[in-house]
Design a protein around this ligand. Sequence first.
Ligand SMILES: Nc1ncnc2c1ncn2[C@@H]1O[C@H](COP(=O)(O)OP(=O)(O)OP(=O)(O)O)[C@@H](O)[C@H]1O
Ligand SMILES: [Mg+2]
Length: 584
Amino acid sequence: MKELQYLNKYFSKYKWRFLIGILMTFFAKFLALKIPQIIGDSLNIVEDYQNGIVTDLEEVKHQLLINVLIIIGVTILSGVFIFLMRQTIIVTSRLIEFDLKNEIYQQYQRLSLNFYKKNRTGDLMNRISEDVSKVRTYVGPAVMYSVNMIVLFAVGFTQMVSIDVKLTLYTLIPFPLLSVSIFVLSKIINKRSTIVQEYLSKLTTFNQEFFSGIDVVKSYGIEASIIKDFDDIANDSKEKNIHLQKANALFFPLMILLIGISNVLVLYIGGSQYINGEIQIGTIIEFMLYVNILTWPVAVVGWVTSMAQQAEASQARINEFLKQVPEIQNNSSKPFSLAGSVTFKNVTFTYDDTNITALKNISFSVKSGETLAILGKTGAGKSTIIELISRLYDTNIGTILLDNTPIKEANLNDVRSQIGFVPQDPFLFSESIEDNIKFGKEDATEAEITTAAKNADVHKNIIDFPNGYKTILGERGVTLSGGQKQRVSIARAIIKKPKILIFDDCLSAVDTETEEKILSNLERISKNITTFIISHRISSAKNADKIIVLDDGKITQQGTHNQLIKLEGYYKDLYEQQLLEKEN
Ligand SMILES: Nc1ncnc2c1ncn2[C@@H]1O[C@H](COP(=O)(O)OP(=O)(O)OP(=O)(O)O)[C@@H](O)[C@H]1O
Ligand SMILES: [Mg+2]
């Protein structure tokens, strides 16, 4: 159980709760085991009266009444302790579950983009929900039942042996058998339920994909084939579930069978002893009650063992993520104030998951406050340059300098907080427009928000919505058009008042007139901001202080608009082509 040792810190954090829980369990079970004894006693009193050993009927009645009252009292008290036992142990397991989830979530936030490219969302979700809940069953119920079993057995067994050793041994013969068979059965059940889980997650993934792609499905008219695919998975899932239920259905019959065997043994052996006058009738009943009390904890041994194995497997999956060191490390705690110049020196970058070398020996520099436009065919490496500036990836070949400091040596948090980034495929959260813009600056005032929206030329669109800036976006809200989405995310970037502004092809979905407006606003507000504009349009690039053209990861052209239109090459071709389109 190497992996589960990771949980030791939590066991020690909550050790007092666990200790109290164990104490409560002890009291509860100790009391529960008193009841068979009292019932046995009562029957013996009646038997003694019938055999003429005791003659005073009033005395017998009085004794029985006292016994009944004791049974009621003990039951209530034991119930109170069981309540307290659950309140401590089970509640503690929930606290550990909460801590563990938080720990995983914080680790998820720390891990770099590359981690997310390599692992599937479903897997990430599963480890923080399914796996944690398996582990919780181990720290909660499994611990509780183990303590339960130890106490019941220690107390019960001592009590039984003190009454009759021979009868005890015969009664307990089926118990090891019970434990082993439950263990085997639990393993089968676990295996089958893992398969059921897999099918469940297949179904979920299938549906999730289908719902997100609903417009494609509808427009291609392929509903029927989707239904068929769904049916296939659902049918398999059903078969596996039935398979699981068959194993599940064996659980209780097996237990009852073994209790039955024990009872028969008590009856037979105890009966013979009674006939020989070795024991009284009450003792037989007392033993039968013990057998019934002890069966459940014994059955649970098997269950607990298989639970622990499952928890071990789940914890291993959790540990795998917890132990990953984020690729992008913050190597400096010194505050880093950025002026805004960016230099690439012979940078080569290869994505390690696909082995695609997206940038090959790239060198350029941008002074603080300048605007750099990057053009190039799709797949040329434009977005990759940007991702390196935001340090979403680290490069091993070449150097990137921010104000003459190598990017890896600058305080990462400060770097990111001074960069305003509009990604190529902007993502807006299912919250209000206002909150989405404030994402760039949490304490932004209303005036700042509207100014940012005006500069991004989206203010007029927003106030046309009935709820204005309070309009909720996303699944249960308004769907923005592609261009509106781009402009809201531009507002989100500029409200930050960053030192470096990056626009990754984010004017592609707006018409040229709006593009013109946004660009002239930008020119006004970004006097002291280094700006990167990635585009496929000459109109976005022409006013930049410098333009670079990328092709297949290499810089093929570099200069200003006026220089480049005079040179044969990609820029001039693009210029002429777009000029022609405009005239038509
Ligand atoms: N996360 C990634 N993992 C692996 N390979 C990637 C990743 N992102 C991009 N690539 C690859 O790197 C190359 C450059 O991609 P990049 O996104 O930088 O191109 P781009 O110039 O921005 O193209 P576009 O104009 O279409 O946005 C492409 O071949 C692409 O397949
Ligand atoms: Mg791109």
